[in-house]
Design a protein around this ligand. Structure first.
Ligand SMILES: Cc1cc2nc3c(=O)[nH]c(=O)nc-3n(C[C@H](O)[C@H](O)[C@H](O)COP(=O)(O)O)c2cc1C
Length: 317
């Protein structure tokens, strides 16, 4: 049976963002894509989201910056990256030759910085879209401070929207009690899609030294432990907005990806799973194909949101 895995991530954008399949990699867990080329055919992925990029290069937070937790990890990388100019010079020309679209994750300390980043990337060959990180818990200024309420999230969205014609995906934080309000606000401000979720703020303490483990004290919790949180947020937001949702958070297997799609996500991002299995995105893609064939589902889009109350799709298919 011929199956369709293609999805459109930016249906309301003139350029559009057509993906060969819904399996993407999450920012900060897959470098610039080039690092994984020797491990598998990364061109087969739906899309690659690169490491969070700022106007200036950044060294990030003090070490240690990573610690394993029960069913997940904490990280406090703190936006270590090569900066926008090096990205345009060194990475974009490589991406321009790829079949797989690359989405640049951007992060700023002020609304103006977000706008500058978006304007600078507009029209650069090799860049398929922007993912705007307003949800990082590991930096002192910027990040989650913009994502925690609907008004400021909308302000960043408006500024980025004005600065670029590229598809704009707003990446939201789970650290709020108003995920639906924030998603609605960014959709109304012109976002082409939303990605949820980023990490949850957490910490670890070493009982021998009696001190916090991470150099930054706090970090972002990710991995299987946060999947139920992501799932609930995708489900709630899917009922409230009509732009595509990218589900992210703890997705480790094809079954996880299917759950998130059934909750209402059009695509999924694989993050922490890449650290324990660098082929995870490929394995998940293969698993999705297998499921569709076995269940006689011709088009992955038939599964989007089927688990929701009042879903238009028949749950039995
Ligand atoms: C080491 C590490 C670095 C990350 N860096 C970024 C980043 O630069 N920008 C961003 O938006 N999210 C970043 N994230 C968050 C992930 O993209 C993802 O939203 C989060 O980890 C939840 O997904 P997961 O449980 O599959 O990892 C990072 C996560 C990890 C573990």
């Amino acid at each position: 049976m011929a199956i369709n895995l293609k999805i459109q991530l930016a249906p309301h954008n003139k350029r559009g963002l057509l993906l060969a399949n819904p399996v993407m990699t999450a920012s900060g867990t897959f470098g610039y894509g080039t690092e994984y080329e020797h491990l598998f055919d990364i061109q087969k992925l739906g899309a690659i989201v690169c490491k969070g990029t700022t106007l200036q290069p950044r060294e990030g937070n003090p070490q240690p910056r990573i610690v394993e937790t029960a069913s997940g990890m904490l990280n406090s990388i703190g936006w270590q990256n090569i900066g926008i100019e090096a990205l345009i010079k060194q990475k974009a020309p490589i991406w321009a030759k790829w079949r797989v679209p690359v989405i640049v994750n951007i992060a700023g300390k002020t609304i103006n910085e977000y706008a500058k980043l978006a304007a600078r990337l507009d029209g650069v060959k090799g860049i398929g879209g922007l993912e705007v990180n307003i949800s990082c818990p590991n930096v002192k200024a910027g990040g989650v401070e913009f994502g925690a309420d609907a008004k400021s999230a909308a302000k960043v969205t408006t500024a980025v929207r004005k600065a670029t014609s590229l598809p704009v995906i707003m990446k939201l934080t789970p650290t709020t009690n108003d995920i639906v309000g924030i998603a609605r606000a960014v959709a109304e401000a012109g976002a082409d899609g939303v990605c949820l979720i980023n990490t949850l703020k957490g910490m670890a303490i070493d009982v021998k030294t009696r001190k916090p483990v991470l150099g930054n004290i706090f970090g972002g919790l990710s991995g299987p432990a946060i999947k139920p949180v992501a799932l609930a947020m995708v489900y709630q937001v899917a009922e409230a907005v009509n732009i595509p949702i990218i589900g992210c958070g703890g997705i480790t297997t094809a079954t996880d990806a299917l759950e998130v799609i059934m909750a209402g996500a059009t695509a999924v991002e694989i993050g922490t799973a890449n650290f324990s299995n660098p082929r995870a995105p490929m394995d998940i893609l293969e698993g999705l194909k297998k499921y569709l064939r076995k269940e006689n589902v011709q088009d992955i889009r038939q599964l989007i949101g089927v688990a929701r109350r009042g879903s238009l799709h028949s749950p039995s298919l």
